[in-house]
Design a protein around this ligand. Structure first.
Ligand code: ZN
Length: 279
């Protein structure tokens, strides 16, 4: 029994991650955000040896176009894939072309497939917010937080005691300020309801690592949603190496146009301290 994930691509231009959840009863594949089109997702999945593998459900953090591409309409109609979306984004998801009869609005905990639980919490992002998740499967827990302008205590408590974390690290503040972008756009991104800077992201990860107890150490961190204009992978890695070398060793930076490394949580036998719970 295990949960694994692999970012298929992530940047301000498009985001999609494949979640694989194996329980005693079934092996499910879910898509977390669909901001890459169906052809790109199929191509990346075939690179992983998953050609033709059905997606059992799609879960959206929110309905911005870098999280749900309108090119999914026909594929969704043909495959009848349910699309779970925050209730506040229901109308926007339908405007982006998700067939209304496939939309599954959520506000509280839901299971897109049996045995895989998503616990959402709303994050500050533009007018309508985004959803961060605690995702549980087979005793392992993955935290997911993307598109948020700030991290508050509620979010830190929600994501305490997770095994792995995907979190956005959108921009380097100096690059953002010197980008030549309009003051309005810079303020939208940096004003608390936009995106997390590299510094805000690392502070959040450090706070979560401090909160994780010995039986559930944070074992893997994936940085998401890098701005292609206002961030730099080398600078970001150096920043982590300098300020949090132990966490940097567990961290990978997602790619905008390339599949990331697979992160596998469980089976529980890799965590002897938990054997008593699951033996
Ligand atoms: Zn986004």
């Amino acid at each position: 029994m295990s949960i694994a994930f692999q970012v298929l691509g992530s940047s301000s231009s498009g985001n999609a991650t494949l979640l694989s959840c194996k329980t005693e009863a079934a092996h499910h594949h879910l898509l977390l955000d669909a901001g890459l089109g169906p052809r790109t997702v199929a191509k990346r999945m075939s690179e992983l040896g998953l050609e033709g593998t059905p997606i059992d459900a799609i879960v959206l953090t929110h309905a911005d176009s870098d999280h749900i591409r309108s090119s999914w309409t026909r594929t969704l109609q043909r495959l009848r894939t349910p699309v779970h979306v925050p209730r506040a984004h229901l109308a926007e998801a339908e405007r982006k072309g998700v067939p209304g009869d496939l939309l599954r609005p959520f506000e509280e905990r839901f299971e897109p497939v049996a045995g895989v639980g998503f616990e959402p919490i709303r994050t500050p992002h533009d007018q309508t917010g985004s959803a961060a998740f605690k995702i549980s499967c087979a005793g392992s827990i993955l935290g997911w937080a993307t598109d948020l302008g700030a991290v508050d205590q509620d979010l830190l408590e929600h994501l305490a005691d997770i095994d792995a974390l995907g979190i956005e690290s959108n921009y380097d503040p100096t690059m953002q300020r010197e980008s030549g972008r309009s003051p309005y756009l810079i303020d939208r991104i940096m004003g608390g309801r936009g995106h997390l800077s590299n510094q805000q992201c690392l502070e959040a990860v450090q706070a979560l690592a401090d909160r994780s107890n010995g039986s559930r150490p944070l074992s893997a961190i994936v940085l998401l949603h890098l701005s292609q204009q206002c961030n730099c992978r080398d600078r970001l890695r150096r920043f982590w190496d300098r300020n949090a070398p132990e966490l940097s060793a567990k961290m990978q930076i997602s790619w905008p146009n390339r599949v990331g490394d697979r992160v596998e949580l469980g089976p529980v036998s890799t965590k002897p301290v938990q054997l008593g719970l699951f033996a």
